[in-house]
Design a protein around this ligand. Structure first.
Ligand code: PDD
Length: 284
């Protein structure tokens, strides 16, 4: 049975219970992280824990654990679930209190962690890329916070799925922000563009890796948002996330992107990304 962590205890998933008064359940009042685990090791753990703290600060919530405690319980959870490749999910909610919009006082946040199987990125997707559609970015003004309140993202992703696409690329005020569950990149004349880190996008951990790899390999990359018109003219479009790595979008709104196959800049970045993933000793 899959083991989970809940408020100081490790237990079988079907034994883990939370109160119906938990503000995560009633108000979606919580934040989360998704961390890939390769060969039993968390990829970019410090970055994920820093972003968790930033999300908690953003919603004025305390952190129930120090980084040291998170690291130790995460290591134990990975071990209990057999090591290897996993997708780790951490969640902190404001805790259990009578339903009220106003924050309760003196309540301990609830901490939860679970492990899911990490699906390897499909070879077909890597070879052919995937389809995406553009949709208006209907989310809130604090997309830099990784909140569990994912109804807009879920509606957008479902619309993409209904259209036979793998992701929705979101347009706000005429500019590409990111995907419903990923960061987005556009290659124009050999330059990679990705939206800057502000309240319109999640500061993706995979995005940080991509930026560092491009810099090291002298591939030009600008943290600048591109317009919807530029997106439609792109030579290459990609998305990135902890579970999908870096994936090429080869069809956008039913039209081919570039030649309709993953482009040369994606090939270069993906090769660098795969090498980096393998080289566990080089992760921070
Ligand atoms: N989502 N932007 C959004 C809106 C996301 O939901 C995600 C990841 C990303 C990429 O961030 P990272 O590289 O740190 O995974 C960007 C996760 C995987 C999820 O919600 O399951």
């Amino acid at each position: 049975m899959n083991q989970v962590y809940l408020n100081g205890e490790f237990l079988a998933a079907d034994q883990a219970k939370v109160s119906v008064f938990d503000r995560g359940f009633l108000l979606g009042d919580g934040v989360y992280e998704v961390i890939p685990v390769y060969a039993g090791h968390c990829f970019q753990l410090d970055g994920h824990l820093q972003r968790l703290q930033a999300s908690l600060n953003g919603v004025r919530m305390g952190n129930p654990h120090s980084d040291k405690e998170w690291k130790s319980l995460i290591a134990e959870l990975i071990e209990l679930n057999g090591g290897g490749e996993q997708s780790l999910y951490l969640q902190v909610t404001r805790g259990v209190a009578p339903r009220d919009h106003v924050f309760p006082e003196g309540v301990t946040p609830s901490a939860f962690a679970m492990s899911n199987p990490l699906q390897a990125v499909s070879e077909k997707y890597k070879k052919e890329g995937v389809a995406a559609i553009t949709l208006p970015d209907i989310r809130w003004q604090n997309c830099n916070i990784k909140a569990i309140t994912l109804l807009p993202n879920s509606l957008l992703k479902q619309q993409a799925q209904d259209a036979g696409a793998a992701e929705a690329l979101l347009i706000r005020d005429g500019y590409l922000t990111e995907g419903a569950a990923s960061n987005a990149y556009v290659v124009l004349d050999g330059i990679i563009y990705t939206a800057p880190k502000d309240e319109k996008v999640l500061p993706g951990i995979t995005r940080e890796v991509v930026i560092a790899l491009a810099k090291k390999a002298d591939i030009p990359l600008l943290e600048e948002a591109v317009s919807e018109a530029q997106l439609k003219q792109a030579d290459e479009v990609w998305i990135s996330s902890s579970t999908k790595e870096v994936l090429a979008i080869t069809q956008l709104d039913g039209e081919k992107v570039g030649m309709g196959v993953p482009g040369p800049v994606w090939q270069q970045i993906d090769a660098l990304y795969q090498d980096y993933k393998e080289d566990i000793a080089s992760w921070q």
